[in-house]
Each structure stands twice: as structure tokens, then as C-alpha cells.
Design a protein around this ligand. Sequence first.
Ligand code: NAP
Length: 296
Amino acid sequence: MRILVTGRDGQVARAIAASSLASHELIFAGRPDFDLGDPASIEMTIARTDPDLVISAAAYTAVDKAEDDIACAELVNAEAPGVVARAATQAGAPVIHLSTDYVFDGRGERAWREDDPVAPIGVYGRTKAAGEEAVRRAAPDAHAIVRTAWVYSPWGTNFVKTMLRLAGNGHDVVRVVADQIGCPTSAHCIAGGLDAVVRHWQAEGPGRTSGTYHLAGTGHTSWAGFATAIFSASTAAGGPSAGVEPIPSSAYPTRAVRPANSRLDCAKFRSTFGYETAPWPKALQKVVDELLGTGG
Ligand SMILES: NC(=O)c1ccc[n+]([C@@H]2O[C@H](COP(=O)([O-])OP(=O)(O)OC[C@H]3O[C@@H](n4cnc5c(N)ncnc54)[C@H](OP(=O)(O)O)[C@@H]3O)[C@@H](O)[C@H]2O)c1
């Protein structure tokens, strides 16, 4: 199968390249030739590569910057996904489109389900929610919108790398927000889940399972709990560690407000595609080991 993956240098795309999906013919698209701000480059890339399936993993992911760069975030996150899905449909290819927990407002205690109403509280979440709608419209019977959360990996910029860098630079204590709860998700687990979708669609086609899904690490914690687990995993691997001082969000103001409860209920993904992510501390240890060069 020929699979076009957008967001070539992003965390999810890099994890796909390192996963069992690599048994397929993978084509990675990225800037400058493939630019979500330039619809012609999207159409040209899809027409030229003639994929059997498209994984749409490119996005404007700078949550704080998006608050002041609204036009660009809208173009990339809200409009471009529809262009991708339309061009994919013309090529006869179903689309797996990555989306986010930030489409929810974060109220309440329970994990969000796919049919809960979206109510984003920032530009990033609002533009991603609009992008979801664009994909549903352009490929009504041939899409999976896969919402994930709190992504980390050995690549790019993410919370795990930031914590290890701070500890490595000699910080004894880091102050971390304790009143935002979510599901830390290894990009490796996302790639595993996407592979399960591809296998399912290869067998049955996308028609019956076209829809919206949640795919995130199993279990949940706060950012402070995540930081504590990162330092435990690092200590276990002989790496740097630091203490964690839990603080409220009000003590760490950011340009974009984040949802307090970002937990995603992944039961629908599990029952549809037969894939469950690892418990988040276990998946974390694997990535920390990779980062510290002690894995495998
Ligand atoms: N990171 C998270 O915590 C998180 C949480 C929930 C959902 N998600 C979703 O998961 C997906 C993958 O996230 P990720 O963590 O892999 O993202 P990432 O590491 O930030 O990578 C994003 C990729 O998108 C590309 N991109 C940005 N603007 C582009 C444009 N105008 N044209 C073409 N490519 C562009 C970037 O290319 P450049 O290298 O050229 O900048 C980069 O390769 C996204 O849909 C994101 O919304 C992420």
C-alpha cells in the first residue's frame, strides 16, 4: 500500500517512519514542496504521489503562538485539512486526520467521548475543530479523525525533552502545573494505533468505520504527575532528575488557556480497531530510555 504522510518532520510522522507501518510504501510530505498554506501544493503532491491512503499529521501546533497568528492557524488547521481530504477523495484514498483533545473545553471530571460536543477555548482548538468538520464534509465515508493528546517522542520539542533538559542543566526543582489533567501519549503508541486502522481498512475498507476516534495513552495524570514520572523513568535509566513543585495554572500564565480536564476515552478506538495503547508510564519509560541512549 502507498501511504502519503504529511508533517514529515513532526513527532507523529517520525514515529510512523519507525513503526510497523514502514512495511508499506511511505511517502513523507513536508515544506517547502508541500505547504498547507498553499492549496495548489497540496493538490499537486496528492495527484503526483497517487496514494492509497493519506495520513494527515501536519498541523499548526504552536498553541500559544496561534493566539496571535490566527489567520495562519486558520489556514493550516481549519482550511487545509479539507483541501487534503478533497484531493485524497479524488485520488480514491481514505484519510486519517490527526486532531486534538483541545477541541473540548476541559470542564467536568470524566474522560471525553467522541460524541461529546466540542467547545474549544483557544485558537488552536477552534481551528482544529473546524479542520475536523472540513474533513468530514470532504470525505464523509472515508475518514478517521483521530484525536490524541499530550504527545511526546524522542523527536522535536515536547514536555519530556524539556523536563530532561532542565534536570540535565542542573535545576534541582521544577515548578509544574498540577491542575490540568490529561493522557500523556507516546508518538510510538499513536503510530501503533494508526497501523491498526490501516490493517482494518485493508481488510474491510473504511466505509463502516469512517468516523471520529480518541487515541491517547492509557491512564491519566497531571503535568506535575507527568514530570514526576519523567524523572523516575530517567533515574531508572541512570539519567538526570529533579524535584517537582506542583503549582496551580494561575501561577504559570500562558498566552492560550488550556483545558483543565483533557482526558480522552479511547474505548471506541479499542473496540473498533482492536488496539489499546500501553499504560502511559510504561510507554514513557521506553521513550526516556531512547532519549538517554539506554533503550533496546
Ligand atoms: N503535539 C501534541 O501534544 C499534540 C496533541 C494533540 C494533538 N496533536 C495533533 O497531532 C498531529 C501531529 O502532531 P505532532 O506532535 O507530530 O506535531 P509537530 O511535531 O509539531 O509537527 C507538526 C508538523 O506539521 C508541519 N507543518 C506545520 N505547518 C505546516 C504547513 N503550513 N505546511 C506543511 N507542514 C506544516 C511541521 O512542519 P515544519 O517542520 O516545516 O514546521 C511539522 O512537521 C497534529 O495534527 C496535532 O494537531 C498533537
